[in-house]
Design a protein around this ligand. Structure first.
Ligand code: GCW
Length: 663
C-alpha cells in the first residue's frame, strides 16, 4: 500500500499505473492472434508481456494448448459476428475468455479486463458483449505549432504547453505522445485531431511541407488504434497553393484538394480526414464566393472519398461583429439558420460537427436544436473537455454530469436520445505537458469520462468516477473513494450555483475566467442578459422574442416557449422576467440568485476541507496540487458570489431575505 504514496517520475501514470495491471499480470495469459494481425494486436501482446514480467505471470502466444491452462485468453475471432471494435467476455472452467472482432476490439477487451481487476477472474463474472455506441470517438486538440500571441501554445489550454509541439516545431521526442495514446485507448478514444481549428500560417503547412510531422504523430497513435485527423484551412488553395482563389466550385480548387489528399494518404494510409472551421470567427470559408457550407464541405469530402476519409465540418458559425444595439440578432439562432436548410446536400463522408449547445460550451445551455433538425446529414456532437468556461482546470467541475444529461436528452420525448442522433462524439482535449496531463489532477476524470461515455453513453457519472478512482489509485485506502465522491460528484451543480444563474450565459471576465457580469453585454460577440432595473433574461420566444424557441421540435418548442413550463434552470435563457418572478421552485428569481450563490460558494469551502482528509493517503504532489487549486476555487467562488449577488441587489433593490452580505 505504501507504494501508492510514491510519486512516479516524469509524468503521472493517470488511470494506467502499473499496479492496475497486477491482477492480470500475476496470471497465465494467452493471446491468440496471427503474427501478422497488425500493430494494435502487437500492442496487446506487448502490454500483456510487460504485465506478466512485472508481476510474475506468464504469456502464451503460440498455441493455447501447450503449457499451463491460462486464466485469461484474449483471442481474435473475426468470424464470430461481433461488431467492429467489439468484444465478448465469458468465464468457464477457470478461464476468462475475451473474443474480439478485430485488433482494436482485442485492445479494448484487454483494457476491459484491466478495469475489472480481480473481478475479471471471479467465477461470478457476468458474460456479455461490448461494442462502442459511437463509431468515431474523437479528441480535438487546439494545439498550435507556433505559440500564438494571445492564445499561446494551446488555445484554451489550461495544462501547460502542447505535448506535440514546442518552439515552432514538432517535439523531437514523442515518447509522451505514445503514453498519451495509450491512456486514450484505455478510455475508448479512437481518433485525434492534432492541431487547432483556428489554422494559422505555420499550422496550415501541416497539410503540405510539414506533413512529415503528422506522419510522426500518426506513428505514435497507430499502435493504439487511434487514427489521426488534421484541421485544415479552407483558404489553403489560395494561401499555400497560390491559386488566387479557394472558391469550392472552381475546378482548380477541387484539383488542389484532391492532390493534397492524395499526398496525405500516400504518407499516412490510415489517415482519418480533415476538420474545418470555416466562415467562423475570422476563418476563411465559402461565403466569400457566394457559396454555402455544403459547397465548401463537399469539395474537401470528394478529395478524401477515394481513401475513405471524412470531413468534420463545424457548425459553429455566427456573426461575431454584432452590434449590441441590434436586439433582433440572436447568436443562439445562427447555427440552425445556416445549416438546417442544407440538410441532404452534404456528401456522405461529411460530418457536420455541432457544439452541444447553441452558444459556446456554457455551464447551462439547452441542447443545440441543430442536432434535432438534420435527419439526412451525418452529425457529430462536440463537447469540451478543456474547461474554458467551467473553471479552467482550477475549479473542480465534473463534466460527465453535464455530458450524460446532453447525451441522454430526448428531443422528441419519445425515447430517441442525442446519442442516437449524433453518429460521432468529439471533444476538445484538456491535455498539456503538465505533469498531471490536465493541470488539475481531478480533471483527469473528465478526460477518462469522455472516452468512456463516447463508448457507452449510459454509464453513470458516479460509476465512472469510481472506475477512474479504482484504476488511478489501485489498492488505496477506502477513504480515497469516499473523499473523491464527496469532492467530485455534484461539482457541476455547485459551479452552476455560484456562477451565471438560471441559464443566463457568459457573465465571464476576460479570458473567460472569473465573474464579469456585464463584460460581454455591450460586446460584438453577442449579448447575454439584458438586465435593467425591472428584470433580466433573453426573450427567445416566438411570441415576443427572437423566435429561437421555435427551432425545437415538439414538445420542447412549447415547453420552452411558455413561462409556465420552461424549466427553472433555463428560464433566463428563454425569457426576460422581473426579478420577483416566482420560479417553479417557489422562490423568486432574485432570492434564488442570492441563495444559490451563498450556498455554492460555501460548498467549495466544504470541498476544500474534505480534501484535507486525504493528506497522507495519496501521492504528496497530487495532494498538494489539488489543495492549492481548491484554495483558488474557494477564492474565485467567493468573488463570483459577491459580484453576482451585489449586481442583482443593485439592479433590483430587493434585499436578501436571508440577510447575507451585499455591497
Ligand atoms: O469557445 C470558443 C473559443 C475559441 C475557439 C472557438 C471555437 C478555437 O473561445 O478560442 O477557437 O470557440 O470553438 O472555434
Amino acid at each position: 500500500m505504501r507504494k501508492n504514496l510514491v510519486s512516479t517520475p516524469g509524468w503521472h501514470a493517470a488511470w494506467l499505473p502499473d499496479d492496475a495491471f497486477a491482477p492480470l499480470g500475476r496470471r497465465v495469459v494467452a493471446v491468440s492472434a496471427p503474427p501478422d494481425a497488425g500493430p494494435v494486436a502487437a500492442t496487446v501482446v506487448a502490454e500483456v508481456r510487460a504485465a506478466v514480467d512485472r508481476f510474475g505471470g506468464r504469456l502464451l502466444t503460440a498455441s493455447v494448448d501447450d503449457g499451463p491452462a491460462p486464466a485469461l485468453v484474449l483471442a481474435l475471432a473475426p468470424d464470430a459476428g461481433l461488431p467492429a471494435e467489439g468484444f465478448a467476455v465469458a468465464r468457464t472452467g477457470g478461464t476468462t475468455r475475451v473474443t474480439a472482432a478485430d485488433e482494436a476490439g482485442l485492445l479494448y477487451g484487454l483494457f476491459h479486463v484491466v478495469r475489472l481487476g480481480e473481478g475479471a477472474f471471479d467465477d461470478a463474472l457476468v458474460p456479455g458483449s461490448h461494442a462502442p455506441a459511437h463509431a468515431v470517438r474523437m479528441l480535438d486538440h487546439w494545439d498550435n505549432v507556433d505559440a500564438h500571441d494571445v492564445m499561446g501554445q494551446v488555445e484554451r489550454g489550461y495544462a501547460g504547453g502542447s505535448i506535440f509541439y514546442e518552439d515552432g516545431a514538432l517535439r523531437p521526442d514523442l515518447t509522451r505522445v505514445g503514453a498519451y495514446a495509450r491512456l486514450l485507448a484505455a478510455s475508448g478514444v479512437n481518433r485525434a485531431t492534432v492541431n487547432n481549428v483556428n489554422v494559422h500560417r505555420t499550422e496550415a503547412r501541416l497539410l503540405t511541407d510539414r506533413l512529415g510531422d503528422v506522419v510522426r504523430l500518426a506513428d505514435q497513435f497507430r499502435p493504439w488504434g487511434i487514427r489521426v485527423h488534421l484541421a485544415v484551412s479552407f483558404g489553403a488553395p489560395l494561401t499555400l497553393g497560390g491559386l488566387g482563389t479557394c472558391d469550392p466550385l472552381e475546378p482548380a480548387v477541387a484539383d488542389w484538394w484532391a492532390d493534397a489528399a492524395a499526398r496525405v494518404y500516400a504518407a499516412i494510409p490510415d489517415f482519418g480526414g480533415f476538420l474545418v472551421k470555416a466562415d467562423s470567427e475570422g476563418q476563411p470559408g465559402p461565403f466569400a464566393y457566394g457559396r454555402d457550407h455544403a459547397d465548401g464541405a463537399n469539395v474537401l469530402a470528394r478529395a478524401l472519398a477515394p481513401y475513405g476519409g471524412t470531413v468534420h465540418w463545424r457548425a459553429f458559425v455566427y456573426n461575431h461583429h454584432q452590434d449590441w444595439r441590434d436586439r433582433r440578432t440572436d447568436r443562439a439562432r445562427a447555427a440552425y439558420d445556416h445549416f438546417t436548410p442544407l440538410d441532404g446536400k452534404f456528401d456522405e463522408n461529411v460530418v457536420v460537427q455541432v457544439k452541444f449547445g447553441p452558444l459556446d460550451f456554457q455551464v447551462r445551455e439547452p441542447v443545440s436544436p441543430v442536432l434535432t433538425a438534420m435527419p439526412r446529414t451525418r452529425l457529430a456532437l462536440e463537447l469540451q473537455v478543456t474547461q474554458e468556461y467551467t473553471g479552467q482546470q482550477k475549479h473542480v467541475y465534473y463534466l460527465p454530469e453535464q455530458w450524460s444529461e446532453v447525451l441522454g436528452w430526448e428531443p422528441w420525448a419519445d425515447g430517441r436520445t442525442v446519442s442516437d442522433v449524433a453518429r460521432d462524439v468529439v471533444a476538445v482535449s484538456n491535455v498539456g505537458d503538465d505533469r498531471f496531463w490536465t493541470g488539475h489532477p481531478l480533471a483527469q476524470a473528465n478526460l477518462y469520462g469522455f472516452g468512456r461515455l463516447a463508448w457507452d453513453p449510459t454509464l453513470t457519472p458516479s460509476d465512472l468516477l469510481d472506475e477512474w478512482t479504482r484504476l488511478t489509485f489501485p489498492g488505496a485506502d477506502p477513504r480515497v473513494q469516499d473523499v473523491l465522491r464527496d469532492v467530485v460528484l455534484g461539482s457541476r451543480a455547485t459551479y452552476e450555483q455560484y456562477t451565471a444563474p438560471l441559464g443566463v450565459c457568459f457573465m465571464v471576465g476576460p479570458g473567460h475566467y472569473g465573474p464579469g457580469v456585464d463584460f460581454y453585454e455591450y460586446s460584438p460577440w453577442g449579448t447575454y442578459h439584458f438586465a435593467d432595473r425591472d428584470g433580466i433574461g433573453v426573450d427567445r420566444t416566438v411570441a415576443s422574442g427572437t423566435g429561437y424557441a421555435g427551432q425545437y421540435p415538439e414538445p420542447w418548442a412549447s415547453t420552452y416557449e411558455s413561462l409556465d413550463t420552461c424549466p427553472d434552470e433555463l428560464l433566463l435563457f428563454f425569457h426576460h422576467v422581473p426579478y420577483t418572478h416566482v420560479l417553479r421552485s417557489g422562490k423568486t428569481v432574485v432570492q434564488h440568485v442570492y441563495d444559490t450563490h451563498t450556498d455554492g460558494a460555501a460548498r467549495t469551502e466544504e470541498m476544500a476541507r474534505r480534501w484535507e482528509d486525504l493528506d497522507g493517503l495519496v501521492e504528496p504532489d497530487l495532494f498538494d496540487r489539488v489543495r492549492t487549486l481548491l484554495a483558488e476555487q474557494v477564492r474565485s467562488a467567493g468573488e463570483w458570489r459577491d459580484q453576482v449577488r451585489t449586481y442583482f441587489w443593485r439592479h433590483s433593490g430587493v434585499p436578501d431575505e436571508r440577510g447575507g452580505p451585499l455591497y
